[in-house]
Design a protein around this ligand. Structure first.
Ligand SMILES: [Zn+2]
Ligand SMILES: [Zn+2]
Length: 250
């Protein structure tokens, strides 16, 4: 199974990358994690990988995670796109994906549905667990179990017990890395440093940690991501710092 990183910045796009979006290339579909500006590359990826079904999971609606949805008109008529988000965000999402912000879903070439997340009740052909994380607005972390692999995705969060819970023995645990090394999360703006992410991956006994969502203000050069990777590897050896275009086999 392939994991492809299409956007790896937090907050805003810079020369280091687009805002967050990643895709799990499964046998019969793409599972897309968040829809920052990297989401614009998903329609081409779906064509290249010959996937018609695209399931998009939004952790929350901050614009670095949802702003890329303005690229929905790029999907072809043959694509079937389902966008899942926490039920409390459905009204906001319907409001955002309509005039005067963008085209109404009914005007799009592809069939696009918005669906509230109800763990175990969405009749998905893979196991999904979602748990709340610690953020300025409600935010969900995800654990996907499919084709014998476990992928966990925990972004926009301060340290919390649900990260190792979702990432327990995961083949790949993707966490945010908004803070630079040697910084502590602020109470009103909880995020992770590479050291905290590494400790959580160790606690989860994950097989691989991927650092993602590098805050554009804190990580201005790619070299700073490499330093974060090195620092994290001192605690959890199997760590990779993501960058746009990274493709991993899990
Ligand atoms: Zn974010
Ligand atoms: Zn956020």
């Amino acid at each position: 199974m392939k994991l492809i990183f299409l956007g790896t910045n937090g907050w805003y796009c810079t020369k280091t990358g687009n805002t967050v979006c990643a895709a799990i290339v499964a046998k019969d579909r793409l599972i897309v994690l968040d829809a920052g500006d990297g989401f614009e590359k998903v329609p081409e990826l779906a064509e290249k990988e010959k996937k018609k079904k695209i399931d998009v999971f939004l952790s929350h609606l901050h614009l670095d995670h949802a702003g890329g949805l303005h690229a929905l008109p790029k999907f072809e008529k043959t694509h079937r796109v389902r966008i899942f988000a926490a039920w409390e965000y459905m009204k906001d999402l319907e409001y955002l994906l309509d005039h005067p912000f963008t085209a109404n879903l009914k005007q799009l070439k592809a069939c696009v549905e918005l669906l509230p997340l109800k763990c175990g009740l969405n009749r998905l052909p893979y196991a999904l667990h979602a748990l709340p994380l610690v953020h300025a607005d409600p935010c969900l972390g995800f654990r996907f179990e499919l084709e014998g692999k476990v992928i966990a995705y925990c972004t926009d969060t301060g340290p919390c017990g649900n990260i190792p819970e979702l990432g327990k023995e995961a083949d790949a645990l993707i966490t945010e890395c908004s803070l630079p090394p040697r910084t502590k999360p602020l109470r009103h703006w909880p995020h992770l440093s590479p050291e905290i992410a590494a400790r959580l991956a160790r606690e989860a006994r994950a097989k691989l940690l991927i650092l993602d969502h590098f805050d554009a203000n804190n990580y201005r050069e790619m070299g700073e991501r490499k330093i974060a990777e090195r620092v994290a590897r001192g605690i959890f050896a199997k760590t990779i710092a993501a960058k746009d275009g990274l493709v991993l086999s899990v």
